[in-house]
Design a protein around this ligand. Structure first.
Ligand code: R5P
Length: 288
């Protein structure tokens, strides 16, 4: 029997596209928020005996609660298998304890999700630099890589590319992107001063006259990219093109106007430059 694909309120559009790509049914549900902020979820499609997927980016605590309620309700209603797909998954930036006593948010959330679903899928999980099956503290999950989709977007738009990672952490993706484009890659060095302040240091990179493509997994405040662009502009590139998988854009898209030549993100989160769709990537994974 075909899969039943539910979408949380954060990702209803992607869920619809995934169901379409799989030629399967979209699960119907009702989600409300009570006056005190509590979430209410009711499944309207029959899940009994069905393999089900829930697609829900987790951007806020409410998104997470909605996802858990949906997953649990599906099991209660007799779904035979429940897959949790989080195109964007918050809280993955704290996967290490930097100082004694810090909570490992990545562990906490993944442990909880593991209890509620038969499989977990994320896209470009922050603490990984490669796609594929992965384990974190005994929790097994699939990390899908949307960077090749960003590369495909840029391929027809630039003539003389070079890929630049804003920090060493994004090097894996930059290297893979450069292989696809058959071009050079390099990286800058970033020092984070605070949640919203970064300093970019780097030896001079030879990007003169080239179309620089900066790739990062997340644009949050935008500080990393804006500071990187300031440094790269000094080296006289032909253009600066920026792509990210997860576009949070906490300070708005406007902070990039006149700063970069092109800006694009995938649609794991809604934003005005979310032009690269991840639905097919998710659908392909669900077929396996
Ligand atoms: C850092 O490790 C990430 O790859 C991003 O560079 C970072 O999260 C971006 O944050 P922001 O946009 O606030 O500089």
């Amino acid at each position: 029997m075909e899969m039943l694909v539910f979408g949380g309120t954060r990702s209803s559009g992607i869920a619809w596209s995934v169901a379409k790509a799989l030629k399967s049914e979209v699960g119907k549900s009702e989600v409300k928020t009570f006056p005190d902020g509590e979430k209410y979820v009711k499944l309207l499609s029959k899940a009994e005996g069905r393999e089900c997927a829930v697609v829900q980016s987790v951007r806020s605590n409410d998104d997470f609660m909605e996802l858990l309620l949906m997953l649990d309700a599906l099991r209660d209603m007799g779904a035979v298998q429940v897959h949790a797909i989080m195109p964007y998954m918050a809280y993955m930036r704290q996967d290490k304890r930097f100082t004694e006593g810090e909570a490992l948010s990545a562990k906490t959330l993944l442990k909880v999700l593991d209890e509620f679903a038969d499989s977990l899928t994320m896209i470009n999980c922050h603490f990984l630099s490669e796609g594929g099956e992965s384990f974190y503290k005994h929790v097994r999950f699939m990390n899908l890589d949307a960077v090749p989709l960003l590369v495909k977007y840029f391929r027809s738009k630039v003539k003389n590319p070079i890929v630049v990672a804003p920090d060493k952490g994004s090097m894996g993706y930059a290297k893979a992107a450069a292989e696809i484009l058959d071009c050079d890659f390099n990286h800058l060095s970033k020092k984070r001063i605070s949640g919203s302040e970064v300093v970019i240091k780097s030896k001079d990179l030879d990007v003169k006259g080239k179309d620089v493509i900066i790739l990062d997994d997340i644009i949050s405040t935008g500080g990393t990219i804006v500071e990187s662009v300031k440094v790269i502009r000094g080296w006289k590139p032909a253009s600066i093109n920026v792509g990210c998988v997860h576009g949070l854009f906490l300070k708005g898209i406007e902070s990039f106007t006149g700063v970069v030549d092109r800006l694009v993100s995938t649609d794991t989160l809604d934003n005005p430059v979310a032009k690269v769709n991840v639905a097919d990537l998710i659908a392909e994974d669900l077929k396996r």
